[in-house]
Design a protein around this ligand. Structure first.
Ligand SMILES: Nc1ncnc2c1ncn2[C@@H]1O[C@H](COP(=O)(O)OP(=O)(O)OP(=O)(O)O)[C@@H](O)[C@H]1O
Ligand SMILES: [Mg+2]
Length: 287
């Protein structure tokens, strides 16, 4: 466990340790909601450094990920200069200087002005396109960025990089080879229970155990979208809001929306003889 906030297997803790020690990017893959993004957040907290997050999406490009010129400011500056009658070449050059640059996450992460290496979270890289991945590959090898009008900006200390992917498309081998790789699986019953205890110490023990056992059974069913740890925590929060001390069929049925996000799954699990059996089993496993 690190920072008393994240429950990690020994193998994940080792991967994180090695990523830090060898300054290699850490590539985390796994089903949704198993705690990939959280690793970066907790790591930044633990190292008392800044977390810089780049959320990837289809069509993400240099201007949103690296830098952009502040056009509005440039225009204003030109107008001001025109008004004061000083549109000399040197002054015009200024508008392509650092004052007019908007630093996006990747540039922020390698800014030589950073007093301490930040944690750079490149979240859900699988959502970006291959072109962007290729750009990233270059950046991750030398931690420098060239801006034609300014020159090359290089990190004093390379950032600690955590990349996550949900595997909606495969990340290329070239990038994988640069990284340390770790697959975060659904937690075991014991691990999930520890996560719940860590995150929601106010939850009654019996309820927490039954919830973990129930969620585990759901994951064994053939669902369209099995619940992750995020859903487990969210479900417990709902049950606590309803002052529940254990799983009761009626309440479980009414709160399934915290766990399952597709109507087909809700119908499958909520079927009258199905739900009773699942709860019965969860109670017996956890007692
Ligand atoms: N091992 C863990 N210890 C503590 N909290 C955890 C752990 N795993 C997951 N969580 C909690 O579960 C929630 C979901 O985690 P997170 O957002 O990191 O998942 P993810 O894998 O990034 O999901 P997605 O693929 O949907 O982005 C967070 O609130 C996090 O606190
Ligand atoms: Mg995430």
């Amino acid at each position: 466990m690190f920072a008393r906030r994240y429950v990690a297997d020994r193998s994940l803790a080792t991967a994180v340790f090695l990523a830090l020690k060898r300054r290699k990017p850490l590539l985390l893959e796994g089903e949704p909601g198993v705690g990939k993004t959280e690793v970066a957040k907790v790591l930044a907290d633990l190292l008392e450094t800044r977390l810089i997050r780049l959320q990837c999406y289809e069509g993400i490009d240099i201007s949103t990920a690296v830098y952009e010129w502040n056009y509005t400011r440039q225009m204003l500056y030109i107008r001001l200069m025109e008004a004061s009658g000083t549109t000399r070449q040197e002054e015009l050059k200024e508008i392509f200087g650092p004052d007019f640059l908007i630093k996006r996450p990747l540039l922020q992460a390698i800014d030589p002005a950073n007093a301490k290496a930040p944690v750079l979270l490149i979240d859900e890289l699988d959502r970006s396109d291959e072109e962007f991945e290729a750009y990233l590959l270059e950046l991750l090898s030398d931690f420098q960025i060239t801006i034609p009008e300014i020159g090359t900006i290089a990190a004093k200390e390379p950032p600690i990089v955590v990349i996550t992917s949900n595997r909606t498309r495969e990340i290329h081998d070239a990038l994988r080879r640069r990284c340390l790789y770790y697959w975060i699986d659904y937690p075991t019953l014991e691990k999930e229970y520890s996560i719940v205890l860590t995150r929601m110490p106010e939850a009654p023990e019996r309820l927490a155990k039954q919830v973990c056992a129930f969620v585990r059974e759901l994951r064994a069913l053939d669902l369209f979208k099995a619940p992750g740890v995020a859903e487990t925590l969210d479900w417990i929060a709902s049950l606590l809001a309803l002052n529940q001390l254990e799983l009761l069929e009626g309440t479980v049925r009414d709160t399934l929306g915290a766990l399952l996000k597709y109507q087909d799954d809700v119908l499958k699990v909520g079927g009258s003889n199905n739900l009773g059996k699942l709860i019965e089993k969860a109670r017996s496993v956890s007692s």
